[in-house]
Structures are given as C-alpha cells and as structure tokens.
Design a binder for this molecule. Structure first.
Ligand SMILES: NC(=O)c1ccc[n+]([C@@H]2O[C@H](COP(=O)([O-])OP(=O)(O)OC[C@H]3O[C@@H](n4cnc5c(N)ncnc54)[C@H](OP(=O)(O)O)[C@@H]3O)[C@@H](O)[C@H]2O)c1
Length: 244
C-alpha cells in the first residue's frame, strides 16, 4: 500500500514497538495518532516527536474504545489505518487454580477483545476510504507458546486466527488486513531493559518497525520477523525445546 499521506491510529503507540512505528510513519509523511492509558508516557512521546497526536484511552474497556473512536473520527476524518498494537503480558500459573485469573482477564480484554472491537467499530469508516488497512501485531508466541505466559500466547494465537478470518471477510473491500509477528523485543512488555543491539533471538523496536513498514509497502499480509519466523515454521518441535 501507499506509505505516505495516510492517517494512522496506533494503539499503545507511546512506547516500544508502537512508538518506533509511529516515528517511522511520521518520517514517511503520515499523520500519526497514538493512544495509551498513561498520560505521562504519551506526553514524553510527543516531546520526542512533536508532530504526534496523543490521546489517553484504555482499549481494554468498551467505554474507552467507544470514546477513542468517536474522538478520532471527529478530529481525523481521513483516518485510514488502524494498528492494533497495545498489549500486555502476564505470568499466569494454573497450578494455583483461579488465583491469577484477574490478570488473565486483563490480557484477554487488552490483547484480543481490544483489536476485535476496535476493528469492528472502525470498519464502516475504513470501508469508505480510498485505501485502508488494519494491522494486527501478533507474536511468534502465538505460533509456539511459552508456558510461563499461557494466556498471552492464547491471545496472540487468537489475533492470528482473527487476522486470517477478517482478511477473508474483507477480501472484496478496500480494507487490507495485515498481521505482523515480532520475535522477542526488549521493551517494557516483558520488563527487560531496552537494548540497542540485536541478538539471534531478539530485535530492536526500530527493526520491528522497519519490518512492519516493509510489509505494508509490499502488501505482505502475514509476516513473522526475525526469530519469530522459526516459531512460525517449526511450532511443534520448538514447543518442546522451549518448555521441556
Ligand atoms: N516485546 C516483545 O518481545 C514482543 C514480541 C512479540 C509481540 N509483541 C507485541 O508488540 C506489541 C507492543 O508491545 P511492546 O513490546 O512495544 O511493549 P510496550 O512498550 O509495553 O508497549 C505496549 C503499549 O501498550 C499500551 N497499553 C497497554 N494496555 C493498554 C490498554 N488497555 N489501552 C491502551 N494502551 C494500552 C501501553 O501503554 P500504557 O501502559 O500507558 O497503556 C504501552 O505503550 C504488543 O501487542 C506485544 O504483545 C511484543
């Protein structure tokens, strides 16, 4: 798709992969709006990139999603790209029965219900644009799950299935559906410190952003980046390698 002149909403775009993508898209001449729950992080992002538009919004809640969509469409009627990037990852241990379920519910609401509902709310608008896209950020762990974060992996497998079916349902519209699965990226998501260098298993947020931009430019609808490509290809063998 055309990589300039778009109006893009990136959920969770104040930090990590979302912010790196926001920077890359600003540089290509796009209007970029980012949202998140914490205002100080949004303000810090805008201080680094004054062209960014920011909005406090919680995409895990129906009221947050509705208010966000109403605001965005009022302020940015040219919106033509939704990036479902906001996500959380929690260690959930089923040996403790229901103890961790509140965290699991939070993951389901943010990582899976968020993208599904936001897509549904915005599709009528996106269908009226000349060219439009929904970009879902899944994960290599949606293909080969890591047992320590079981619900996270289930939400990302769900994002993958949703992307496939949404792409099929929208195939005769002008709305393209992309899915990009990053590998491990040292961001606040997993609590690792941010590292500028890449290893065999990790990528920087900037490299992931480059991969997303490349997928959009070349209309590559399902992309697994770096080590996530292995998780995508060799799912059963690797499940035992990382969990046994
Ligand atoms: N890092 C990795 O290794 C990795 C690997 C594969 C896939 N991914 C995926 O990449 C995406 C971005 O993650 P990241 O690594 O860049 O982590 P990150 O820096 O923690 O970014 C996640 C962003 O989502 C926002 N967010 C969380 N819950 C939200 C909610 N309910 N409503 C609105 N915004 C919310 C956070 O801001 P607030 O907390 O202020 O709301 C934060 O800015 C996620 O979907 C993640 O699953 C990450």
């Amino acid at each position: 798709m055309q990589l300039s002149g778009n109006t893009v909403l990136i959920t969770g775009g104040a930090t990590g992969i979302g912010f790196a993508l926001a920077e890359a898209l600003l540089e290509q001449g796009n209007e970029v709006i980012v949202c998140g729950r914490r205002r100080p992080r949004l303000e810090a992002a805008r201080a680094r990139r004054p062209a960014l538009h920011i909005r406090v919004a919680d995409v895990s809640r129906a009221s947050g999603r509705k208010a966000l969509v109403a605001w965005v469409l009022r302020r940015f009627p040219a919106l033509n790209v939704l990036v479902n990037n906001a996500g959380i990852q929690r260690a959930v241990d089923f040996l403790h029965g229901p103890r961790d379920l509140p965290m699991a519910d939070e993951e389901l609401a943010t990582n899976l219900a968020g993208p599904i509902h936001l897509s549904a709310l915005l599709i009528p608008h996106l269908r009226r644009r000349r060219e439009a896209a929904i970009v879902n950020i899944s994960s290599g762990l949606g293909f080969t799950p890591l047992a320590a974060v079981p619900v996270y992996c289930a939400t990302k497998a769900g994002v993958h299935a949703f992307s496939l079916t949404l792409r099929h349902q929208l195939r005769q519209t002008r709305v393209k559906v992309f899915e990009v699965a990053p590998p491990i990226v040292p961001t606040g998501l997993s609590g690792e410190r941010e590292r500028p260098e890449e290893t065999a298993f990790t990528m920087t947020p900037q490299a992931v952003a480059k991969g997303i931009v490349d997928a959009l430019r070349r209309d590559r609808y399902e992309v697994a980046l770096g080590a996530a490509a292995n998780l995508h290809r060799q799912r059963d063998k690797l499940f035992h390698a990382i969990n046994d």
